[in-house]
Design a binder for this molecule. Structure first.
Ligand code: PMP
Ligand code: GLN
Length: 387
C-alpha cells in the first residue's frame, strides 16, 4: 500500500520571492522584487574569506560560532546599541536570519501557544510557528493618514495579548514598509507585555539601513525588553551577500541556552571560512556598518527622485532597501495580478504587499527593492513613466 502524505504545512505554496524572481527571469524583466543587492561585498572581506579557504579553515566551526566573530559582534553591539552582551553565552552564529528565527520559534513555542505577528509580516514566521504547533495571531500595523507610516496599533496589540501569548515577533526596520521604532515605542512594548508570559523575537536584519539621521533602536538597547528578547540579524543584508546565509542571534544567557539546544540540531555549526573571514574583517574595519545607511539613502533618493515622474503615490522609505508605492491612480487591479502583469508587459518585477497579510488591508501597494545600480533603477522607473 502506498502511504499518503498528510502535509504539516497544507496551506504553504512557493514563496512570492521565488515566484516573482522566476517570472522576472522568464520574461527578462528587471527584478526589483526579491530583495537582494546588485553590489559586491567589500574586497577586504572576500580576501579574508579566500585566505581562510586556502589556509585550513575548512572543518567544523564550534556549535555557537567562531569565538573571534562572536567577540566582534559583541563589540559592535556595545558600540551601537550600548548593550554589553557576553560573547560566550549570549551570541550564537546561525545559518542566516532564517535559521535564527526558526530556532527561536522551535525553542520557545509549544503546541497551543499563541504567537503574535504584525502584518505585513515576513513570510517565514507563520510556517515556523505552525511547525512548532503554535497558533499565529495576526495584528495589522496601522497605516498613517499620509499612507506612509506603518506603526504598531497599540490598542489592537494589547487586545491580542493574553495568557496563551508565548512570543511576539517584531521586525523593525520593517520589511516591506520601512517603518522604524521610536524610543517611546519600546517603552510601550515593555508596558504591554510586562505582566504576560510573552517573549519577543526581534527580527533586525536591516539594523544598519536607517535614513534621515534616525537611529535603529535594537531591543538589545532596552534594559527591560532585553531580558525577554531574541534579537536576530543577518550579514547578508549588511555586506551585500544575501547568498552567504550567515546571521546571528543575541539573547540573554538563559534564553541563548534554549536557543542553542535547537540550533545545534537544526544546523549544528555555520560555514567556517565565512565566519573566520567575517571575524577578521569586523575586527579590522569598524566603519562599513556605520556607512551603510548613507550608501542606501543615496539609492533611495535617486529612486524616489525618478518616481516623481510617475503617477505612483509614495512617501520615501525610512529604512531598509525597499520602497512602497501606491498605484491606486493608475489601476484598481489586485496587487498580485498587477505585479505579475507588469513583470510580463512592462518588464519590471515587484512584490505585492497583500501576500504578507492575513487580511489584505494594504490596498493598491507594491514593494520595489532599490538595492540596485542607479542605471537599473532609472531604466525601471522609465518604464512606468508613460502609465
Ligand atoms: N527577515 C526579514 C525581514 C528579511 O527580509 C529576510 C531576508 N531578506 C530574512 C529575515 C532572512 O534573512 P537571511 O537571508 O539572512 O536568512
Ligand atoms: N527577504 C527577501 C525579501 O524580502 C527575500 C528572501 C527570500 O527570497 N526568501 O525580498
Amino acid at each position: 500500500m502506498q502511504p499518503t502524505i498528510t502535509s504539516k504545512l497544507p496551506d504553504v505554496g512557493t514563496t512570492i520571492f521565488t515566484v516573482m524572481s522566476e517570472l522576472a527571469a522568464d520574461c527578462g524583466a528587471i527584478n526589483l522584487a526579491q530583495g537582494f543587492p546588485s553590489f559586491d561585498p567589500p574586497d577586504a572581506l572576500t580576501d579574508r574569506i579566500h585566505w581562510h579557504l586556502k589556509h585550513g579553515g575548512n572543518q567544523y566551526a564550534p556549535m555557537a560560532g567562531i569565538a573571534g566573530l562572536r567577540d566582534a559582534i559583541a563589540a559592535k553591539t556595545a558600540r551601537l546599541q550600548n548593550r554589553h552582551v557576553d560573547a560566550t553565552t549570549e551570541v550564537t552564529i546561525c545559518t542566516g536570519a532564517t535559521e535564527g528565527l526558526f530556532s527561536t520559534i522551535q525553542a520557545m513555542v509549544k503546541p497551543g501557544d499563541e504567537v503574535i505577528v504584525f502584518d505585513p509580516a515576513y513570510d517565514s514566521y507563520e510556517p515556523s510557528v505552525t511547525l512548532a504547533g503554535g497558533i499565529t495571531i495576526h495584528v495589522p500595523l496601522s497605516i498613517a493618514a499620509n499612507g506612509a507610516d506603518f506603526g504598531i496599533d497599540w490598542q489592537r496589540f494589547e487586545d491580542a495579548v493574553n495568557h496563551k501569548t508565548r512570543l511576539v515577533i517584531i521586525n523593525f526596520p520593517h520589511n516591506p514598509t520601512g517603518a522604524i521604532l521610536s524610543a517611546a515605542d519600546l517603552d510601550r512594548l515593555a508596558d504591554v507585555i510586562r505582566d504576560s508570559r510573552a517573549y519577543i523575537l526581534s527580527d533586525e536584519v536591516y539594523e544598519h539601513i536607517v535614513f534621515d539621521g534616525e537611529t535603529h533602536r535594537s531591543l538589545a538597547r532596552h534594559d527591560e525588553l532585553w531580558q525577554r528578547s531574541f534579537v536576530v540579524c543577518s550579514f547578508g543584508k549588511t555586506f551585500h551577500a544575501t547568498g552567504w546565509k550567515i546571521g546571528y542571534c543575541l539573547a540573554p544567557a538563559d534564553l541563548t541556552a534554549e536557543f542553542r539546544k535547537v540550533h545545534q540540531f537544526t544546523t549544528f555549526a555555520v560555514s567556517t571560512p565565512m565566519q573566520l573571514g567575517l571575524a577578521d574583517y569586523l575586527q579590522s574595519d569598524a566603519g562599513f556598518c556605520e556607512q551603510l545607511s548613507a550608501f542606501y539613502q543615496q539609492k533611495r533618493d535617486h529612486f524616489c527622485g525618478q518616481l516623481e515622474d510617475t503617477r505612483f503615490r509614495f512617501e520615501p522609505s525610512r529604512s531598509t532597501f525597499f520602497q512602497i508605492v501606491d498605484y491606486g491612480e493608475i489601476s484598481d487591479e489586485s496587487d498580485v495580478d498587477l505585479a505579475k502583469r507588469w513583470t510580463r508587459e512592462i518588464g519590471v518585477a515587484s512584490i505585492p504587499l497583500s501576500v504578507f497579510c492575513e487580511q489584505a488591508f494594504t490596498g493598491t501597494r507594491l514593494r520595489f527593492c532599490f538595492a540596485k545600480d542607479d542605471a537599473t533603477l532609472t531604466e525601471a522607473v522609465k518604464r512606468f513613466a508613460a502609465l
